[in-house]
Design a protein around this ligand. Structure first.
Ligand SMILES: *Cc1c(COP(=O)(O)O)cnc(C)c1O
Length: 393
């Protein structure tokens, strides 16, 4: 693959491996294992396998390798490891590095399962975790220590869409020798330049924009070849969180159209946010693409767009939010995001239900908050659907 290809070319051709049949569309190598020509070859492969020499699907597979190379090319990463889900990626990126006695600093506004790993799992194995307000660089500065091994955050937080300064946090983290791991789902691979901006490792839930059509769970960890092959791969291949070849094929085909989809979805999100801001039934329209968003300038510098998700805070709390959700006709009530179908979520009673009320308040997850992931429907139809549902409240 040529290094100077632009993003859309990489997304269609990056990582392609053709079999002896020279198929146009990527083949699904739905096999758990591979046959060796001789006992000697089997032995040699277990000692050291080359990039296109496979052993067992938990270790690697040609379809999975195509997906890894394609997303790595887009992200500008040396290498990637594909995982069974976004959470396998988050867990693998963190746990493959950490050992008892290490310290982690993380932003407190995180996806519920990420918080569970940091607050419930890591401390059980002797890892100390400090949570900070990720948007406040002074808090990162105050929290890092010589034994801080990792700084972890979502570059755009779920569901309150705070934007975190990747370059700023990376400078602080690198000052104490810590690794910067960014969960970049809300920024999307299309708008991400996280590695260029200083992050060492980027993780995605491929379930979101990479598939983008609600079919499969998947994830990916991107970083240096040394980190991926020496730290992540041994951990993942022995603990079982690898991506299946069938999922990798879905994700490969997803990557081909991702740039078109995500740009269209972000344009719709921007149009919706603009159309709805100022509506007197809403206490707040949260969207990084709006000039009034607290980190609007940072969002534009870091991503160049506001992303595909906005959050609406309805006056009238949970009752109003539920009436609104129940009155939607096009937008479905569910909990995925980045999908072709627009999806509305009530975080306080679903994705973030587990959190105590005080923590919800601290994170801005109010009873009236509705997260809206914009799909590929006509923007005018969506605005009409949302306005009619607001009327019904
Ligand atoms: C969805 C999501 C995850 C988890 O991904 P799964 O594929 O559901 O395991 C992690 N982080 C963020 C920000 C997410 O939105």
């Amino acid at each position: 693959m040529k290094k100077d290809w632009n993003a859309r070319t990489k997304l269609v051709h990056g990582g392609t491996r053709r079999s002896q049949y020279n198929e146009v569309s990527e083949a699904i190598f739905l096999t758990q294992g591979f046959v060796y020509d001789s006992a000697e070859q089997a032995e040699a492969r277990f000692v050291q396998s080359g990039p296109d020499e496979f052993i067992y699907a938990r270790y690697g597979n040609p379809t999975v390798a195509m997906f890894e190379d394609r997303i790595a090319a887009l992200e500008g990463a040396e290498d990637a490891f594909a995982t069974a889900s976004g959470m396998a990626a988050v867990n693998g990126a963190l746990t493959s590095v950490l050992r008892a006695g290490d310290h982690v600093v993380a932003a407190r506004a995180l996806f519920g399962s990420c918080l569970y790993i940091l607050e419930e799992i890591l401390p059980r194995y002797g890892v100390e975790v400090t949570l900070v307000d990720g948007t406040d660089l002074d808090q990162w500065r105050a929290a890092v220590r010589p034994d801080t091994r990792i700084c972890f955050f979502e570059s755009v937080s779920n569901p309150t869409l705070e934007v975190i300064d990747i370059a700023g946090v990376s400078e602080i983290a690198h000052g104490v020798g810590a690794l910067v791991i960014v969960d970049n789902v809300f920024a999307t691979p299309v708008f991400s330049r996280a590695l260029e901006q200083g992050a060492d490792v980027v993780v995605y839930s491929a379930t979101k924009h990479i598939d983008g059509q609600g079919r499969a769970l998947g994830g990916v960890i991107l970083g240096t070849r040394e980190y991926i092959r020496k730290t992540v791969e041994p951990y993942m291949k022995h603990t079982g969180g690898s991506m299946s070849p069938f999922t990798a094929w879905i994700m490969l085909k997803g990557l081909e159209t991702m740039d078109l989809r995500v740009r269209a979805q972000a344009a719709t999100a921007q149009a919706l946010a603009e159309a709805l801001s100022g509506d007197d039934r809403l206490a707040q329209v949260i969207y990084p693409g709006l000039p009034g968003h607290p980190q609007h300038d940072l969002a534009m510098a870091q991503m160049g767009a506001g992303g595909t998700v906005l959050s609406l805070d309805l006056k009238g709390g949970q009752e109003a939010a539920f009436r609104f959700l129940n009155a939607l006709h096009i937008v479905v009530i569910s909990n995925n995001l980045g999908d072709a179908k627009s999806i509305a979520t009530h975080p306080a009673t679903t994705t973030h239900q587990r959190l105590p009320d005080a923590q919800k308040t601290l994170l801005g997850i109010t009873p009236g908050l509705v997260r809206l992931s914009c799909g590929l429907e006509d923007a005018g139809d969506l605005i009409a659907d949302i306005r009619a549902a607001l009327d019904a409240v």
